[in-house]
Write a protein that binds this ligand. Structure first.
Ligand code: NAP
Length: 307
């Protein structure tokens, strides 16, 4: 067993990301002892039942006492309140990090509550599924995925390096990025695509009322993939859009302009425009596969479900 990167880790919030972190830390022997806390008794009971965390506590204050690393794994909109609650109980010299999908808002919400004696190193693992809750995590979630560290002004380089070692131990590739740049990149690669998926599934649902169950029955790959994304946790995604407002609106504006251009090409029968556009976008998929971020197998390598 390798030497732990941190002796004591506290996970606040026990959903998909926290539970995956716990199993990944156990797999790699990266943490000596892990405490956890979730808001509801139901989630805490589930965590105890499945052995998620070495000790599940009944308050966030109790979970963070003595922790060398505190990881905020709650929805982005809850980060500030949690930071306020735990601040008086943090050990001097501890590192506080988070896994929130938006960085500027989390830094502004959490930073002011933290005492000077602790290090603050925000982070965001670019890995997830449409599932949530304590039972949804698995040790391999971060393998070969990126984790972006977003150090704040004055972040201690040693604290940053230690957190990098943890994420690398959990299988991730690690990069550092500035908060505003992170929020713009994620608006393009994750946040706006989710909004588009939510919209498309909403449109199909409205149509379903007209065409009865055909939308579900004949659901083809394009729509099915949208439904997977649109099944993501409503609280998490509400908070993402409320807190990454400017970047999402900027990208949505560009998206709308492109959509109008494609709409016009369809109306005017401009096949060259459509063909050139689709040729360019196909290259993006090739790039993602070459970068090892997805499989080249048809239909994402999925097996056809047996009926
Ligand atoms: P999740 O599965 O829905 O779990 C959220 C957890 O936070 C639950 O255990 C919930 O407790 C707890 N919680 C909520 N408010 C709380 C509070 N005030 N105090 C203590 N615990 C609280 O969420 P997740 O997918 O792990 O996401 C967690 C964070 O990771 C979010 O900030 C999200 O933006 C980020 N993230 C998510 C993904 C993804 O794909 N899912 C990817 C990267 C980053 P209860 O169960 O008791 O309600």
């Amino acid at each position: 067993m390798s030497t732990p990167v941190y002796n004591r880790v506290a996970l606040i919030g026990l959903g998909l990301i926290a539970s995956s972190m716990f199993w990944a830390m156990k797999r790699g022997g990266l943490a000596g002892d892990v405490t956890g806390f979730a808001k509801s008794e139901a989630s805490r009971d589930t965590a105890r039942r499945i052995g998620l965390c070495d000790r599940v506590c009944d308050s966030a204050a109790e979970a963070v006492a003595d922790a060398d690393l505190v990881v905020l794994c709650v929805p982005v909109g809850a980060m500030g309140a949690v930071a306020k609650e735990i601040a008086p109980h943090l050990k001097a010299g501890a590192t506080v990090t988070d896994v929130g999908s938006v960085k500027r808002d989390v830094i502004d919400a959490v930073g002011p509550y933290l005492p000077e004696s602790v290090h603050f190193v925000p982070a965001h693992p670019l890995a997830g599924t449409e599932h949530s809750g304590p039972e949804s995590g698995f040790a391999e979630l971060f393998d070969n995925r990126w984790c972006l560290l977003v150090p704040v002004e004055g972040s201690d380089p040693e604290a940053v390096a230690q957190l990098r070692a943890l994420w690398e131990g959990m299988g991730a590739n690690v990069d550092e990025m500035d908060a505003d740049h992170h929020d713009l990149v994620l608006a393009v690669t994750s946040h706006t695509p989710h909004l588009i998926a939510y919209t498309m599934v909403g449109v199909a649902d409205d149509l379903r009322r007209v065409t009865d169950s055909e939308v579900i029955k004949y659901s083809a790959a394009g729509f099915r993939d949208f439904t997977r994304i649109a099944a993501s946790d409503p609280t998490m995604w509400r908070d993402v859009f409320l807190t990454n407002k400017d970047a999402t609106l900027e990208i949505l504006g560009r998206f709308t302009e492109e959509l109008f251009a494609l709409q016009r090409a369809i109306r005017t029968g401009d096949g060259d425009h459509l063909h050139e556009y689709f040729t360019r976008t196909r290259e993006i998929r090739r790039g993602i596969i070459e970068a090892g971020q997805d499989t080249a197998a048809p239909n994402f390598g999925r097996e056809v479900p047996k009926s």
